[in-house]
Write a protein that binds this ligand. Structure first.
Ligand SMILES: O=C(O)CCC(=O)/C=C/C=C(\O)C(=O)O
Length: 287
């Protein structure tokens, strides 16, 4: 399959999941065919989606013979909206379990970005028999940084954009996402703003959730030793959303972890350093 052979629209799918107390329609993109499947979980910014976060990372995996599933978490993109009163990491993990059951997938590799990485750790703790290898970028535990005041400037900008979704606030947030903002095009800003404004219910419910429970992503540090999966941690040295020392804590706590830190890189390592990131991921998954 080549880069032009698939698009968001042609790979867009919906599934009804019933998992515990969740009864939701989830949106996902389904690409490629292969005995092994890689699930990608996006971050928590307004307008995020599997496609928005990972569109630079799908093709090499599909070409290498993996099936790729991009799950849009409850409350994002074309998935049903939700108010999260407890741990959003566990809520997303529960939703993923439901989706894997519907798709009849026993065991998957997971790539999680930020909130997606927090959710991957929750999934690995809840359903250890369902995971292969893990790749965590800019997240994995909601624990505090030892060095950077919290909430970080990036997380504050996410909150401002949720409350007031203007192009100005979007640009402020996205300029902090990356180390080098020159790659952010007007088209990218506009696509993201369209995503944001198309689901006001998601924005309102995110703000409600954060008001009910400001700690949506619990600190899993004390349970990291339970995860026996091979894990690749990837961080941007200049991450202004989830600071790099969080990656060091994951490295210390996860028994089979290795860490790669990109310099000249913000919170979106998979986008800013896509080529090298893709090579590293393929090497990690196939050896
Ligand atoms: O609050 C946290 O720890 C997670 C923040 C987070 O998930 C931010 C992600 C941002 C994106 O990658 C995005 O919106 O595309």
């Amino acid at each position: 399959m080549t880069a032009t052979a698939f698009s968001e629209a042609s790979t867009s799918r919906f599934a009804r999941i019933k998992e515990g107390d969740l009864d939701l329609q989830l949106h996902y993109n389904d690409l490629g065919e292969g005995a092994e499947t890689v699930v990608m979980l996006h971050g928590s910014g307004p307008g995020a989606s599997g496609w928005a976060n990972f569109n630079r990372n799908i093709e090499p995996l599909v070409n290498a013979g993996f099936r790729v599933i991009l799950m849009d978490c409850p409350g994002w993109s074309k998935s049903d909206t939700i108010i999260s009163e407890g741990s959003r990491s566990n809520l997303n993990a529960q939703a993923l379990k439901g989706l894997l059951d519907v798709l009849d997938l026993d065991r998957v590799h997971i790539i999680g970005n930020s909130m997606g990485a927090h959710s991957t750790v929750a999934f690995a703790l809840e359903y250890p028999e369902r995971i292969g290898k893990l790749i965590l970028m800019g997240g994995g535990t909601g624990g505090p940084s030892a060095f950077v005041p919290q909430p970080t400037e990036g997380i504050k900008l996410i909150g401002a954009l949720y409350r007031d979704p203007t192009i100005e606030n979007l640009k402020k947030m996205m300029n902090v996402f990356v180390f080098d903002a020159s790659g952010l095009t007007d088209e990218l800003f506009q696509t993201r703003l369209d995503n944001i404004l198309s689901r006001r219910d998601h924005l309102e419910n995110f703000v409600k959730s954060s008001t009910i429970n400001p700690k949506q992503f619990p600190d899993f540090s004390h349970r990291l030793h339970e995860i026996s999966a091979d894990t690749l941690l990837v961080w941007g040295r200049e991450d202004r959303f989830v600071p790099m020392d969080t990656g060091l804590r994951l490295l210390a706590g996860l028994p089979k972890a290795q860490l790669h830190v990109f310099n000249r890189c913000g919170h979106w390592a998979q986008w800013e350093h896509a080529e090298k990131f893709n090579r590293m991921v393929l090497d990690f998954l196939t050896h």
